[in-house]
Design a binder for this molecule. Structure first.
Ligand code: AMP
Ligand code: ZN
Length: 211
């Protein structure tokens, strides 16, 4: 088994390549290569089998580079906002979080609060930052109410996962100013029958067991 570590710079992007290779007399050599790019914060794992050991090493490297170049490196739009690569209308920033106006607001003042470190789901965010997001949300909710914008109430909304309606895969908390007669609609679509208390207890027990 051998291990190669290579650090290179490609168009001002730091690329770390770690290649782990296994081989014995009976098996073709197999290698696992892990690429990590700083700019895109992307991890790519490539598994290859080398059939012709001597020639294939250079071929394999070539193949890995092709896979790497053609893989989907779509950088996260909210990470780009944090780094300033794309414009945003910032309302607040500190060392842990960034807040800006939603480009497609439900009502004027609709803003988003995001962790600066890329995290797709709430469970991936450092707990200290999760708490801080809510502290900032409280501060900004007070600002919204005092801003003169139409803000009789505020909907705090966070879609955690695609099934929950998350479109941008960088966790974000919406603060949506609300007022009587606005067009915002939310429906919980609850079942028509109320569950029995024992069913609620069973459900609660499942959650408690998982804590
Ligand atoms: P969600 O459905 O909770 O993932 O919402 C994503 C939100 O991000 C939507 O309300 C979009 O309008 C908003 N959004 C997407 N791209 C941008 C952007 N570049 N600047 C500001 N808001 C954005
Ligand atoms: Zn991101």
């Amino acid at each position: 088994m051998s291990l190669e570590v290579m650090l290179s710079f490609l168009e001002q992007n730091m690329v770390l390549r770690v290649r782990l290779k296994f081989e014995n007399l009976w098996m073709p050599a197999t290698s696992i290569t892990i690429f990590w790019t700083a700019k895109f914060n992307t991890l790519l794992i490539v598994l290859c089998v080398e059939l012709f050991i001597s020639l294939s090493i250079s071929f394999l490297f070539f193949l890995e580079v092709i896979v790497f170049m053609t893989a989907n490196h779509d950088p996260c739009v909210f990470c780009k906002i944090v780094s300033g690569e794309i414009p945003s209308t910032k309302v607040y920033e500190d060392e842990l979080v960034f807040s800006f106006l939603d480009i497609n607001p439900v009502n004027p003042g609709h803003l988003l609060i995001i962790p600066k470190v890329h995290s797709r789901l709430v469970r991936e965010i450092d707990p200290k930052t999760v708490g801080h997001i809510f502290e900032v949300a409280q501060k900004l909710s007070i600002a919204l109410r005092n801003s003169g914008l139409n803000c009789e109430g505020i909907t705090f909304s966070l879609a955690d996962g695609v099934a929950a309606g998350q479109e941008v895969q960088h966790s974000h908390l919406h603060l949506i100013p609300r007022f009587d007669g606005d067009k915002f609609k939310i429906s919980f679509g609850s079942s028509s029958e109320r569950p029995k208390r024992e069913d609620l207890e069973k459900t609660a027990q499942k959650i408690k067991n998982a804590i």
